[in-house]
Design a protein around this ligand. Structure first.
Ligand SMILES: *Cc1c(COP(=O)(O)O)cnc(C)c1O
Length: 460
């Protein structure tokens, strides 16, 4: 791996059908490449020349964290599913047969965790507004139609169903007008978060069409962009044909008196270590934008305290702000990536204890679940009972925020819906009101399943 700023003149993408033409894979056994083809028939795969040439350490395959982060691995599918898809592919089947088998397996990977259709659909003039999500009072999420892909895919991505075509994201053709009207109808909204996919896959001119109308709205104090582009394609901010124009757009936002905040997805310190990555981050900051960093804690990728300590230090040194450590969500190949809550808290605490106060802006480990963002504060013993101490940092009802609550300790729990109240209560304090929200008039869609405590689309 070279840390010099190689300047690929062009973005080059590699998908499933290109696996045999990725030069670095030629050295691997054919069985490994075959396993990739089997898994990527079910889960999305996409990588690019920068990730291949500068991020992955090819002398450390398969354990290299960036390789695990981007390349499919056999164990991401269950044994039966893997073998079934493997034998099907060996028969040189028609694409429709592969697709049908893939759909069936995908359907069992919890592609639509409960809550998806029951919550979060904003209404305007009695009609649901597509491409918007409004979960927490101050912040609206906007999913631009053309921003629904990424420069490369993370194998743990919780938005994977949209990349394999399971979710057909149908947005209104006049979506910019609609979301502006929605925000104006909701004076409590002060922050708009563009997310995806990755909005930075859009050309500057297109991005401008979404951002400029927001500059005229006095209620909007901050415009945020959720992105992995600084890690996966830093040249977006350096050499791409419209990179300079992009930076002028950022300056324009800042001049308009808005905080422009990048919610940058960095999974591993190596993503901050290349010359291109450092230059991209510096260039974004030079426009007056701020960069806040977040990622989930993922087995095989970043499940050691030293990795987070290093990452947070590097971010602070570069002028970025550590923001969230998330818990991996309940979907896709989660069995391959998940870390027990108790272990997640240990990793967080060990890393947090070793960095200066400037890096302790970070919060976590945090679950983006149906009722809100729940942080694990620790595992104290209270009157002889070991518990999880929990707290909302964001909630559907702002009254829930900052109120400690307790769950019975369970060393195997990996998500909020594995937890039960600590002291014999029937349910957690927020559950009755959450249940009522599900049936409220605001909500156009009837609930389908019993509520499970997971959220479908958050901001990981
Ligand atoms: C995390 C999140 C936000 C933003 O929360 P902040 O704590 O303000 O960063 C907004 N909407 C959704 C759905 C989220 O998951």
């Amino acid at each position: 791996m070279s840390l010099s700023a190689k300047r690929p003149s062009q973005f080059k993408v590699f998908r499933r059908r290109d696996i045999d033409s990725i030069p670095q894979l030629a050295a691997l056994p054919a069985s490994e490449r075959n396993a990739m083809k089997v898994v990527s028939a079910v889960l999305p795969f996409r990588v690019n020349n920068y990730v291949l040439d500068e991020l992955i350490d090819w002398s450390n395959i398969p354990d290299d964290p960036i390789y695990r982060l981007t390349f499919p691995h056999r164990d991401m599918l269950g044994d039966d599913d893997f073998r079934r898809m493997e034998s099907l592919l060996a028969t040189n089947p028609p694409p429709a047969a592969v697709e049908a088998a893939a759909r069936e397996i995908q359907g069992r990977l919890n592609p639509h965790p409960a809550g998806q259709l029951e919550f979060n659909v904003p209404m305007l003039d009695g009609q649901p507004v597509r491409g918007l999500q409004h979960k927490y009072r101050e912040t609206v999420l906007l999913f631009p139609t053309q921003g629904q892909t990424c420069h490369a895919y993370c194998t743990y991505c919780f938005r994977w169903p949209q990349f394999v075509g399971l979710d057909d994201l149908k947005f209104a053709s006049n979506e910019v007008d609609e979301f502006v009207r929605y925000i104006q109808a909701h004076p409590e909204v002060t922050s708009v978060l563009l997310t995806g996919g990755d909005p930075m896959v859009m050309r500057t001119g297109l991005l401008r069409r979404y951002i400029e109308p927001l500059l005229a709205l006095p209620q909007v104090a901050s415009i945020r962009v959720g992105t992995k582009s600084m890690a996966y394609w830093p040249f977006r901010f350096l050499d791409d044909a419209d990179a300079d124009d992009l930076l002028r757009l950022f300056e324009q936002v800042v001049r308009a008196g808005k905080n422009l905040a990048f919610m940058a997805h960095y999974s591993h310190p190596r993503e901050l270590a290349t010359t291109a990555a450092k230059e991209a981050l510096a260039r974004v900051l030079s426009t007056g934008a701020t960069v806040r960093c977040q990622a989930p804690l993922i087995r095989h990728v970043n499940d050691r305290a030293e990795v987070w300590e290093d990452m947070w230090r590097t971010q602070v040194r570069a002028g970025a702000v550590p923001y969230y450590m998330f818990i991996e969500r309940d979907t896709g190949a989660r069995h391959y990536f998940e870390v027990p809550l108790v272990r997640a808290h240990e990793i967080f605490r060990d890393a947090y204890a070793r960095v200066s106060g400037l890096a302790r802006t970070v919060r976590g480990p945090s679950m983006s679940a149906t009722p809100g963002k729940v942080v694990i504060d620790g595992t104290p013993e209270i009157m002889g009972t070991k518990v999880f101490a929990l707290r909302f940092t964001q909630a559907r009802d702002p009254a829930w925020v900052g109120r400690p609550f307790f769950a019975r300790f369970d060393p195997r729990a990996t998500w909020l819906d594995h937890l039960r109240p600590a002291f014999g209560e029937k349910e957690f304090f927020f559950e009755p009101s959450l249940e009522r929200m599900k049936y409220s008039r605001e909500n156009p869609l009837k609930p389908r399943t019993r509520l499970s405590l997971i959220d479908e689309v958050g901001v990981a």
